[in-house]
Design a protein around this ligand. Structure first.
Ligand code: PLP
Length: 410
């Protein structure tokens, strides 16, 4: 059964908990999105941009070497990292930029964690001739400098957020504050399936293309549906994108993998399964990591894109109603999975995606040869170059950086 959406709620999760000042802006987007969904011209333009600008369909690759390595089920990798800008995020940016254009907006604003959504938003702003402001936590700016550099080259203004934990949730707060004051001109491009209605529904609609492609591709290759679809869950956009097409097929097990960080205690991870409870934050009701007093708790993950306390409402509903399972992978397990995938398959995954791979590598050996596991590689690992080199304590890379500084100062 598909998840039912009623007035912006997936079961009890979702809604739009926003100040009065944003109600008009949200209604405007909802109504334009509903019109666009039925508009053939919109659909054609969206599909054409996915094809010719982003490079869809992305490949579904049979991971022959890793299948042999684990000796169990057959592994397929959906390579969303092959998208323009290196991750699935570009898909909902293209969709939302088209909605912004239809509404006559002049500026796109966005928040970003890993920087992928910021780069994707800055990219579509450049493509569609719109101004662009990106809100980003100071901590994330420090660990994702290459993406900050590219956003600026693409013409965006990157605004450093120094409140709270200086990460993604604080960037969302600042972006919302700015939007409240500027919604006549600005369109807020939300980077996942979260925030107030209609964003979770709208972004899921755009991202569903992932699962639609997986279904078509696996049927061509294997003449049947996969037994498992596995994806990492930050806010949830790549996961619901990969899962949505399969929700009605009860035999397909859908597994979301959260950031297990360094341990099970609150603050050491970003696992809503482990420590999450019902709450309202950043405009929507869902599962959040909260302290006993009900404040949003600090989170940790080696992957900036998973370092977020909430989960998209549709995913919370799927989890609650047992249509999706949740698991987690530790930082060090993700790094191991990153290394293994790179060496054996020639695919360098993003650290976020490496969490989904880490889980798959735990289940693959236990499964029979005729089972099929699809892992969604949400993005490629180029952006993580510095983080991974540091995690691996790569001496030569450290030497290179020191020399690069000298070259820079000459
Ligand atoms: C490559 C990649 N994968 C996954 C995520 C997590 O986001 P979501 O859960 O919305 O797919 C991010 C977020 O920045 C990302 O950059």
């Amino acid at each position: 059964m598909k998840s039912k959406i009623k007035n912006g709620y997936f079961d009890k999760y979702g809604g739009a908990y926003v100040p009065e000042m944003l109600v008009h802006a949200l209604r405007e987007i909802e109504s334009e999105f509903e019109k666009a969904k039925k508009d053939k011209k919109f659909q054609t333009e969206f599909q054409e941009l996915l094809r010719s600008f982003s490079g869809r369909p992305t490949p579904l690759i049979y991971a022959k070497n890793l299948t042999k390595h684990f000796g169990g089920a057959k592994l397929y990798l959906k390579n969303e990292g092959a998208n323009h800008t290196g991750a699935h995020k570009i898909t909902h940016c293209i969709g939302q930029a088209l909605i912004a254009k239809r509404l006559g907006k002049k500026e796109l604003i966005a928040e970003t964690g890993a920087g992928q959504h910021g780069v994707a938003t800055a990219t579509v702003a450049a493509k569609f001739g719109l101004k662009c402001k990106i809100f980003m936590g100071e901590v994330d700016i420090a660990r994702q400098r290459p993406n900050v550099f590219w956003m600026e080259q693409l013409g965006a203004k990157v605004i450093s957020v120094s409140s709270g934990s200086k990460t993604l949730k604080d960037a969302v707060n600042e972006a919302l504050k700015y939007w409240m004051a500027n919604s006549d001109e600005s369109y807020y491009v939300i980077g996942s399936v979260l925030g107030p209605h209609p964003y979770p529904l709208m972004n899921r609609t755009f991202q569903s293309v992932i699962g639609q492609e997986i279904k078509k591709q696996i049927k061509q290759k294997e003449h049947k549906l996969p037994d498992f679809v596995i994806a990492c869950v930050g806010g949830g956009s790549n996961a619901i994108g990969a899962f949505h097409e399969f929700i009605k097929n009860k035999k397909v097990r859908l597994i979301g993998v959260e950031a297990g960080g360094t341990g099970k205690k609150l603050g050491q991870n970003a696992s809503r399964k482990e420590n999450g409870s019902l709450g309202i934050f950043q405009g929507y009701k869902s599962l959040f990591l909260q302290t006993e007093e009900g404040h949003i708790a600090p989170t940790h993950s080696v992957a900036a894109g998973l370092d977020y306390p909430g989960m998209g409402p549709e995913l919370a509903e799927l989890y609650k109603n047992k249509k999706m399972e949740l698991s987690s992978a530790l930082d060090r397990e993700a790094i191991e999975a990153f290394k293994l995938t790179t060496k054996h398959e020639g695919i360098i995954p993003a650290l976020e995606s490496a969490h989904a791979l880490a889980h798959a590598y735990k289940v693959l050996p236990k499964l029979a040869h005729n089972k099929i596991v699809v892992v969604n590689i949400s993005g490629r690992g180029d952006k993580d170059l510095f983080n991974v080199a540091r995690s691996l304590n790569d001496k030569e890379f450290k030497k290179f950086l020191a020399e690069e500084i000298k070259r820079y100062e000459k």
